[in-house]
Design a protein around this ligand. Structure first.
Ligand code: NDP
Ligand code: KPL
Length: 312
């Protein structure tokens, strides 16, 4: 299987390097010039795990305009707001046979990807895993080896042979993949985690572990989760877990990745726009569509925008 990772940032590198080390044929396609130039200059990417054992790994990296291969699978890992321009710049290597996989946080990618490949070739899902890009060509993979999880789901909810091959490749790479047949339920599970953890840790300038040490952490998590569950229910989402179980999933993830500052924090601390509109903002949008309100999530969206604007 030939894989092109489109967007060689923190998570694109995490997935691509794991697959490459398990023997999958991986190319990285990077629209971000600074990263591309740095990788070419140093002859690869510096990779560390939990800040240790930093070493150089060779990768094949191309700019979208110079990439002329026909990958079987494209793994899209740019930020949500960059999807449209990135796919437009890559459309010469996307065709009716290409599969595109997104494990990005937030909601919206599938609608954009479906302009470029058939919906039955879109593999969505979620990454219960963390990475930090220290700078161009320099990635820090968080969590113990083999501890992250990947949940994959076909947008049509009909897994085919190719999707099962992708699961096998991910399994060989130690990525702990699972394949679901519940598209929205799978994505909402991660949406909930991000709507609590990314947003609160970013606003409060704390790690996931620090949040979980707060005496009322589970109560706060539960308020946000319950509000979102009403919206999911109105939207016809079949959730994979109860609201109480989800609160526990979030607490467990906070303990597992206790030293991690979520990707939204990485953006905020570098004065970049965040993905809040695709996370809490999506919950608010869906609430409005169904004649509901989601006041806690709406407040969080405004607070993140306030902070973004103060830094701009
Ligand atoms: N990081 C994580 O732990 C996780 C992230 N995700 C999701 O994965 C997706 C990718 O995120 P992630 O890998 O964290 O982010 P990246 O490492 O790709 O991006 C971080 C930053 O790199 C720079 N950059 C990357 N691409 C470009 C570009 N084309 N042009 C200019 N600058 C660029 C920007 O910084 P600058 O402006 O400073 O140049 C950018 O904001 C997101 O949807 C995220 O939510 C999901 C699970 C975990
Ligand atoms: C919180 C986390 C690590 C969950 O996997 C994440 O999605 C992020 O950092 O954006």
């Amino acid at each position: 299987m030939k894989v092109a990772v489109l967007g060689a940032g923190a998570m694109g590198l995490r997935y691509g390097l794991l697959l490459q080390s398990a023997g999958t044929d991986v190319d990285f396609v990077e629209p971000w010039d600074k990263n591309y130039n740095k990788v070419k200059e140093q002859g690869g990417v510096f990779v560390a795990r939990n800040g240790s054992d930093r070493h150089l790994v060779h990768v094949n990296m191309f700019k979208p305009e110079e990439y002329n291969e026909s990958p079987d699978l494209v793994i899209l890992f740019v930020k949500q707001m960059d999807n449209e321009k990135t796919l437009e710049a890559s459309k010469h290597f996307l065709n009716q046979n290409t599969y595109v996989l997104t494990n990005q946080n937030g909601m919206g990618a599938v609608d954009v990807i479906s302009k470029y490949v058939p919906r039955q070739h879109i593999i969505a899902g979620t990454a219960f895993a963390a990475s930090i890009l220290n700078g161009p060509g320099d990635v820090n993979v968080m969590g113990e080896r083999g501890s992250g999880q990947v949940h994959l789901v076909n947008v049509t909810e009909q897994p085919d042979d190719f999707t099962n091959q992708v699961v096998d490749e991910f399994d060989k790479a130690g990525m702990n993949p699972s394949l679901s047949e519940n598209y929205k339920g799978t994505l909402w599970q991660k949406l909930l985690l991000n709507s609590v953890v990314n947003t609160l840790c970013t606003l409060m300038d704390i790690t996931m572990g620090e949040y979980q040490t707060f005496s009322e952490a589970d109560e706060l998590t539960s308020e946000l989760v319950n509000e979102a569950y009403e919206v999911a229910d109105a939207d016809g989402v079949k959730m994979l877990k109860s609201a109480d179980e989800m609160t526990k999933v979030i607490a467990d993830e906070n303990r597992r990745l206790k030293d991690h500052r979520p990707s939204m924090y990485q953006d905020m601390s570098h004065n970049r726009p965040t993905e809040v509109d695709y996370i809490n903002g999506y919950i608010v949008k869906k609430a409005t569509e169904h004649g509901l309100t989601a006041p806690h999530h709406e407040m969080l969206v405004k607070l993140v925008h306030l902070s973004e604007q103060m830094k701009a």
